[in-house]
Design a protein. Sequence first.
Lengths: 237, 348
Amino acid sequence: MATPRPVEIIRNGLWDNNPALVQVLGLCPLLAVTGTVVNAIGLGLATLLVLVGSNLAVSLIRNFVAESVRLPAFVMIIASFVTCAELLMKAYTYELYQILGIFIPLIVTNCAILGRADAFASRNPVLPSILDGAMMGVGFLLVLIVLGGLRELVGQGTLFRDMALIFGPTAQDWVWRPFPEYTDVLFMVLPPGAFVGLGLLIALKNAIDGQIQARRARQASEVTPGSKRVRVTGHIS
Amino acid sequence: MNRGRTSSPHQPGPNRTGRLMAWVMAAALPGLLAQTLFFGWGNLINTVFCIALSVGTEAAVLALRQRPVRFFLRDNTAALTGLLLGLSLPPLTPWWVSAIAVISAIVLAKQLYGGLGANPFNPAMVGYALVLVSFPVALTTRWVAPAGTEEAVLPGLIETLSIIFGGSTPVDAFTMATPLDVYKHGIAGALASQVTTHPTFGDGIARGWEWVNAGFLAGGLFLLWRRIISWHIPVSLLASLALMSLVFGWDPDRATPLSLHLVSGATMLGAFFIATDPVSAATSHRGKLIYGAGIGLLLYVIRTWGTYPDAIAFAVLLMNLSVPFIDHYTQPRTYGHRKARRVGTGGA
């Protein structure tokens, strides 16, 4: 398999093969922690770190590990990086670590990461693998942020609350309240809201893809200027 | 042999769905009348508001989807969804809660799935469940004390309008918990004779509610007589609810008695008008029996051991979810074919 060009890797990670919207992988953390933007960023960054690290390591060892034991090896590598991410979060963003709780160690089981290790990193050189990990991670992170923002805005009527958990005390007043008196919509705060929100995002992506495809088809079928037409049906009166 | 004049059997009448839905809406009128008599103007205002908003939303989404708006509006299903929401929401629900219920019912539960006939869930119940989960306070404290209660007053038309649309909070004299709610929470620490002294029960089983349910029962029997719905779903629903209640709740000092289960809450409305939605219910007669029985069972389970006092919406939605499964196993035998043998069960 030829290594794809960098542009293709970027497009794949961010849009065409987005882990959350197209592969629909890693739903467990995606649905569980997207109650607010800050939770989404926290988990997204941790996943991004693990993805880049594991893709790098898997790509390095790809020629030395036998085919039959590759999956246990990948899982070991991923688990090591998840432990790193967990310890980092414990050290620098302890409160956020406590909020996200079990979902940080659970990154090990995120199929998107094992999927990229097996489908891309184990077959490609180091640099493209790092780029692929980074782009898949950013694609996942962006979906998490959009979903987190949607749920926070509709559910609690705020945006960017508690950003200080990641960005330090200066971010304390980043919180934006568009509506002064807002009744919490519990549905969006609770997990069902995440399902509905993700469903709407996937529908939106499919709609945009459909529009793009329709436009391309129209452009392709348009007659190039200067060509002559030949009438083949009907009679000339 | 004189066969008389018959048209070809596959000749459909003009817009049959629209006529059927109009009959269903007409059959709900006795129940709505009873609601208005005992609980004031609230349900009537809610119903009118929900129907108008529902039809408007449906038209807007149809236009967005580039479908023929007038053709689809004439099937009356959007209006029926609005009517069902107006009937089941508490009388003093603020307008924006009703609006969220209606819009999510039409947009999320119906049109996003492809419109009439393609929705796996009952749209009205999706909207109801969504606002019930989202705004538990607004949906449990906005029930009106039934007419005839000594210490309570029925809110007048102006007051009702200002509560629903003006955002004012209803005074305590207007509202009262529903009988199912009172019984469920009261029976934990008292005897049946003590619980039923609560004014919400009145002299009969449940003041006002018994007439509302009688109204919906009458409407439901009318639909049965007109053969608009079949008996399978309501009968199996009520039978399984009764069976569950007799097995697990035979002692009125410990659990809500069967009489209260049957004539209070949204039991009759659910059994005859909501569970019988032809799109989201099971298809074959055997399937309908299973589907109705499942709703009755879940209704009892959630009412008794769940946190919500009434459970029509959740029970119907959960059984909607199992309809493909039920339909798969209850496919009727086609004429001239033997029943297919199940592979792996030993055959003959």
